[in-house]
Design a protein around this ligand. Structure first.
Ligand SMILES: [Fe+2]
Length: 382
């Protein structure tokens, strides 16, 4: 177990985030809420003696367990990292507006994304907007429950794309040297296997897992020839699914060790949205044009051709195929997979690191991330 104060050296309260923290409803200030640990407001009534009654919706009571704080803090860090990568995609290939500001778009990259689906810029924008809301809420929620928010600003030191349209600011994540695991494609189409039962899955795009490739143009030199920028857009399309299937699993994985019912509600409500994202990207990845990048040989197979042309693996099977769950003697069920909780946070960090997402980051960054994950994985339901 640990004290939330142990985080003090890695996460100072971000003034901007603190300012967004919701006041406890009614006339009770957030500060007094933190002091008492009792939420008084919309869902509770003040009895004549000034004590909160449980006459209405039951408010969270007491402070969070250290385990719940660790689980929320790990997700806050993950959402900050997700936001950072999605912002890079949005600056070059999404819709830059007041909801998701920054960047001015890369015409040829955006066009290549639109070859996959004409709505790609909107979907990229909306996914980015959602991640922004996730990390802002989680940090504000942590504060509202008397815990420290997460701030990774000091690690925003990786370079931006030099392509016109991208902001020139420090980044947390690297989208220019990715090694992408596309096995979620076959994992969600399998009716006989489950990663929680030790099963392994084939890659949909083997080349993406065998090399290192950009998912955004590194500079305007990457905008030509046409098949090269299309391969970069295709890489992004698969990376979107790879990221969001991770969130789809991670929330239910961690939720199993939550103690406080309201924290469980947060986990379930956020996890469902990650699943919506994943479902969208599962659909879009099936639309990537089958091409070979003439500059580096990266090949996107036709996903409806053998060996992908059988009933289980074809592109339009975007609903999860029912498969074995918990025990092979039980009937198959359509499920999120994996959902095993042991080591879920450290596993997520290892997965994203192997992806190349943090290539170039400092030793200290990895130590901080590892500590957040280790503490989340030490959390137990009380
Ligand atoms: Fe998210």
């Amino acid at each position: 177990m640990f004290s939330s104060t142990r985080y003090d050296n890695i996460a100072e309260t971000d003034g901007a985030t603190a300012a967004q923290a919701p006041e406890a409803a009614g006339d009770v200030t957030r500060r007094s809420f933190l002091a008492t640990g009792v939420a008084v407001g919309a869902g509770a009534a003040l009895a004549p003696l000034g004590r909160a009654t449980a006459a209405f919706a039951s408010p969270p009571s007491g402070t969070l367990t250290n385990g719940d704080v660790a689980l929320l803090r790990f997700r806050a860090a993950a959402e900050i990292l997700e936001t950072d990568l999605w912002q890079q995609y949005n600056e070059l290939g999404g819709i830059q507006d007041s909801q998701v500001p920054g960047g001015s778009g890369s015409k040829f990259y955006t066009r290549a994304l639109e070859n996959i689906d004409e709505n790609m810029p909107q979907y990229i924008h909306d996914n980015t907007h959602d991640e922004l809301s996730h990390f802002s809420f989680l940090n504000a929620y942590l504060e509202s429950r008397g815990a420290e928010p997460v701030n990774l600003d000091k690690y925003r030191q990786l370079p931006s794309s030099k392509a016109a349209g991208a902001r020139q600011i420090g980044r947390l994540t690297n989208l220019m040297e990715l090694t992408i695991d596309t096995s979620w494609w076959t994992r969600y189409r399998s009716s006989t296997k489950n990663p929680d039962l030790g099963d392994k899955f084939a890659q949909a795009v083997p080349d993406l897992f065998a090399g290192s490739f950009p998912a955004i143009p590194r500079s305007d030199d990457d905008l030509h020839p046409h098949k090269h920028i299309q391969a970069i857009a295709n890489t992004a399309a698969f990376h979107f699914g790879t990221i969001e299937q991770g969130g789809t699993s991670n929330y239910p994985q961690l939720a199993q060790r939550v103690t406080d019912l309201e924290v469980l509600r947060v986990m379930l409500s956020f996890g469902g949205v990650e699943t919506m994202h994943f479902q969208t990207w599962n659909d879009k990845a099936g639309n990537v044009p089958p091409i070979k990048d003439p500059t580096n040989g990266l090949e996107f197979p036709n996903l409806n051709d053998p060996p992908f042309g059988n009933e289980e693996l074809k592109a339009n099977l975007i609903m999860p195929e029912p498969t074995v769950f918990l025990n092979k003697s039980l009937p198959v069920a359509s499920i999120v997979r994996p959902t095993k909780t042991q080591g879920a946070a450290t596993g997520a960090v290892a997965f994203l690191t192997a992806d190349g997402l943090f290539k170039g980051q400092s030793t200290e960054f990895f130590e901080v991330l590892k500590r957040l994950a280790t503490e989340a994985d030490a959390a137990t339901r009380e």
